[in-house]
Structures are given as structure tokens and as C-alpha cells.
Design a protein around this ligand. Structure first.
Ligand code: NAP
Length: 293
């Protein structure tokens, strides 16, 4: 058996079509154009490419897109000043600060300085709290993209055994909360694994849906997967350079072996990645719709 591919690129394209239509409607009925500002501090090449992709997608959807690139040595106070101006600018509905930040800047203080109504990454404690309570204004982008992929690929989550490997604040932890909510597209029994999990394979082998966000190439092998499971590979590991000089990427799952065991699987690249950016656009549009009343 070879698993069916869950193609994030295709699903993301479909959702972007829906978002573009909603953007036109918002402009024509309320005169409001969604605005997204991206802020990059420093010159990390991966961060540069993420921010460029976010700005490009925003423009393609017809958003007002603003990009600020600050030197790596920028003092924290300067970034906080910029955030205060963005918070006050009515043309900007979403503010995204690309992480990680240089050492002299306190990430927590920066994320807490973004107005929760403009926090389209959903990292502000107010938005994290609302998510936990099951009443979110914004869903964090990568977990939201994963949930959309599962729902749109017809994966049954109600009552399913879901195992999430990795407990970061941006992927594993919020995703586990979302999939365990008493809500449509959720209602799963969720196990959250990490490096102190005693027997990882014993957990992963029970999973109807296995989601891996560990940042370790090929951490999940075929023997760790239940036959017929749905496998979502969040990992993006840079393992060299292609002949075209681009970064060679691989996921956290041993794709070639696991695809012979699983029923459905996401590829890397072309799986979760395109969904993350699309969910950022959805959050920005929702923020603009809310601002328009
Ligand atoms: P992170 O902050 O690097 O944390 C990794 C988590 O995985 C930790 O909770 C760690 O456990 C756990 N872990 C690591 N190795 C493990 C192992 N061998 N067994 C069990 N648990 C293990 O994670 P992240 O920021 O969520 O990123 C994870 C991966 O997803 C990275 O490759 C990242 O590039 C990728 N990512 C992709 C997207 C996308 O849009 N495609 C978005 C975000 C992240 P401890 O807590 O015990 O240390």
C-alpha cells in the first residue's frame, strides 16, 4: 500500500481563492482593504525567505502589505516604538514579528506589545488564553493549517487517537489543545509527546493520526506508525543544498518508508508549510472584517 498524499500546496491554493473572494467583498461592501505589516530584525536567511513569502502572498491576495527590515543590532526600545505605531495605524489589521529575535530583544515583551486584535500569529497571552478556553479570535497559524488539512482531507477526528510529537508553544502545545476541544474538527483523544516521553514508539503506534513537530530528521520510522494511520509531518530540516543552490529540506518522518504503512501522509516540502502562510492571511482578513464591524 502506498499512502495518499495530503497536498498542502493544493489545499492552500483552494483556501487562498476563498480568501481572495472575501477580500474583494470586504473592499466593495465596506471599503476596507486588509493590511498586514511584517517586521524582520536581522538577516537570518530562513527568516528572510519566510517574511518575503508572507508579504508576497498578502500582495497576491490584494492586501495592503508593509514590510519593515531592521538591523540585527536594533535596540528593543526601537522595535517597541515601531510596534506602537503599527498598533495605532488603522490601515494595519495584522502585525507579524518574525521569530527568532536577536538576543538583546526580549521576545515575550515584544509579543505582549502587539495589540491582541492585531496579533495574527496568535502568540499574545490573551489569544493563547482564549484558545485554551475554546473561544479564540485567532488560531495560531501552523496548528490551524494542520487542522484544515485534516478536515479537508476527510480525516475523522471525533473520538480518534491523536498523538502529537513536540510540545512547542507555536505548534505542539496549541495543536493538542485545539484537537482536544469539544468542537467540530476536534473531539480527539490527544497524547502530547516530548523528549522525556518514556516509550515514544508505544504511543505513536497507537495513533490514528500522528502529527510530528520535533525538528529531528527522520525521527519517525515505519515501525513507529500504525498501518492505515494519517501522518502529518511538520518538520522542516535543512539537510544540505540542491544543485540549484537552494536549501534541501526534509521532514521529521522517514517519508519513503512511512508512506508504505500510512493511509495518508503530508510531503515536505509542500505539506504543512504552505498552509501556515495561508492561515496567517486568513487571520489578517478576519482582523480586518472585525475592524470593519
Ligand atoms: P521546537 O521548539 O524545536 O521543539 C521541538 C519539540 O519536539 C520539543 O517539545 C521537544 O521536546 C520535542 N522533541 C524533539 N526531539 C524529540 C524526540 N526525538 N522525541 C520526542 N520529542 C522530541 O519545535 P517547533 O518550533 O514546534 O518546530 C518543530 C519542527 O517544525 C521544526 O523542524 C520546525 O522547523 C518545523 N516547523 C514548521 C512549520 C511549518 O509551517 N511547516 C512551522 C513551525 C515549525 P522537549 O520539549 O522535551 O525538548
Amino acid at each position: 500500500m502506498t499512502a495518499e498524499l495530503i497536498r498542502g500546496t493544493v489545499v492552500a491554493e483552494q483556501i487562498r481563492g476563498e480568501l481572495a473572494a472575501e477580500t474583494v467583498r470586504l473592499r466593495e461592501t465596506r471599503g476596507v482593504v486588509p493590511g498586514l505589516v511584517t517586521i524582520l530584525v536581522g538577516e537570518d536567511p530562513a527568516s528572510q525567505s519566510y517574511v518575503a513569502a508572507k508579504s508576497r502572498t498578502a500582495r497576491e491576495l490584494g492586501f495592503h502589505s508593509v514590510q519593515h527590515t531592521l538591523p540585527a543590532a536594533t535596540p528593543e526600545a526601537e522595535l517597541l516604538d515601531l510596534l506602537a505605531r503599527c498598533n495605532a495605524d488603522p490601515r494595519l489589521h495584522g502585525i507579524l514579528v518574525q521569530l527568532p529575535l536577536p538576543r538583546q530583544i526580549d521576545e515575550r515583551r515584544v509579543l505582549e506589545a502587539i495589540r491582541p486584535e492585531k496579533d495574527v500569529d496568535a502568540f499574545h497571552p490573551v489569544n493563547v488564553g482564549k484558545l485554551l478556553l475554546g473561544n479564540p479570535d485567532f488560531l495560531p497559524c501552523t496548528p490551524a493549517g494542520i487542522q484544515e488539512l485534516l478536515v479537508r482531507s476527510g480525516t475523522e477526528l471525533d473520538g480518534a487517537d491523536v498523538v502529537v510529537v513536540g510540545r512547542s508553544n507555536i505548534v505542539g502545545k496549541p495543536l493538542a489543545v485545539m484537537l482536544a476541544q469539544k468542537a467540530p474538527g476536534a473531539n480527539a483523544t490527544v497524547t502530547l509527546c516530548h523528549t522525556r516521553t518514556r516509550d515514544l514508539a508505544a504511543h505513536t503506534r497507537r495513533a490514528d493520526v500522528l502529527i510530528v513537530a520535533a525538528g529531528r530528521p527522520k525521527a519517525i520510522t515505519a515501525e513507529m506508525v500504525k498501518p492505515g494511520a494519517v501522518v502529518i509531518d511538520v518538520g522542516v530540516n535543512r539537510i544540505g543544498v540542491t544543485e540549484q543552490g537552494k536549501a534541501r529540506l526534509c521532514g521529521d518522518v522517514d517519508f519513503d518508508a512511512v508512506k508504505e504503512v500510512a493511509a495518508k501522509i503530508t510531503p515536505v516540502p509542500g505539506g504543512v508549510g504552505p498552509m501556515t502562510i495561508t492561515m496567517l492571511m486568513r487571520n489578517t482578513l478576519r482582523a480586518a472584517q472585525r475592524a470593519a464591524g
